[in-house]
Design a protein around this ligand. Sequence first.
Ligand code: GLN
Length: 451
Amino acid sequence: AHLERINEVDGDVHAFLLVDHDGAVEAARRIDSRIASGEKLGPLAGVPLAVKDLFCTKGLATTASSRMLEGWVPPYNSTIVSRCKDAGMVILGKTNLDEFAMGSSTETSAFGPTHNPWDLDRIPGGSGGGSSASLASFESPLALGTDTGGSIRQPGAVTGTVGIKPTYGSTSRYGVIAMASSLDTPGPCARTVLDAALLHQVMAGHDPMDQTTIDQPTPAIVEAANQPDVAGMKIGVVTEFAGEGYDPQVEARFNEAVEMLTAAGAQIVEVSCPHFDLALPAYYLIQPAELSSNLARYDAMRYGLRVDDDGEHSAEQVMRATRGAGFGAEAKRRIILGTYALSAGYYDAYYGSAQKVRTLIQRDFEKAWQSCDVLVSPATPTTAFRLGERTADPMAMYRCDLCTIPANMAGSPAGSFPIGLSETDGMPVGMQVMAPIMADDRVYRVGAALE
Ligand code: GLN
């Protein structure tokens, strides 16, 4: 049914870069016969899954939406893809994203943008716009995402779906094409809170192949998703995320959701996080710095694209021509920014200062946890804008992640949950719920109460 739905609508939505029709049918048949033979399988056995094209899939092309990797077929699966397959999930295909996951609209994909199923003229968010659009268009019931600055939560918010960024280090990055390694966090995308928790449960846990993974049991997220009880919970409203730049309709839905949580017995407290305003500028130093270093591996020598390899050109010339042709404009912009921020003489002024701001943001969170159990804010300042509207203005594009970036800077878990539609444009609005490190269950508890 999902493959048929993809056939029907993906010409318009363009959520997928690759649909593995035959592989999916074959995998589903194998699960069917295991069930028929009486084998007891987990709750997600046979459930289709859309995979962001940043996760390596053995035998299935993986591009990161870049010309640089076009046609590359990984010889191995990322840990998370292996875990999903072991759970009996059926991979439908690979979803579109911003090139190397940098962007907020899926428009930096080298293979054309994805369209928001609610209004095809509008963006589906990014970088994981393909994953979120595949859910909103009912092409897939579950999807994998990665969140470095908001790429699961922001697409979730603007497509009316659920997106969870787990605690950094609780989901393995092994086999996920690296962007900014100290921030990159794989997580689940779904249409319901319980669906997200079930997928999260399969994805999470220590991985010997990723030394940054935490060797602790996953918090009781499935139980929390089944228990929409916020009575007695202290919910902090971040005062910094309001006012100028926020769509009044986003603020209206947010205030209604806060009232709903109050009616359900939660205690609302106002919490000031004074350094959250600095998260965006600090992120746009740290993220490009790490990205410039991670993208240095695309040197035309080891794998991927190779231009001017005719024996007439030097290695350096081949490298320059390949990187010039293989990377899109946003990748080039960030490689230049990041290399500059890390260069001798500027390192302390830029990268060093940004790291200090990161510590201040972590302290804001620690202070907040003294007075509340979770923090809430709008997930995005505005609803989905029109395709093309912000492509010429990187600063306007970067502002999409104003509310989501602090959680990445601190490594905290956070989720985005649908809380209604804007009366102006009819587009979905999301609420963000943030919790302390390894208290991902609280995100689900509040999310379930909002459903
Ligand atoms: N939009 C942010 C950026 O462009 C976040 C990307 C992400 O989370 N992968 O960097």
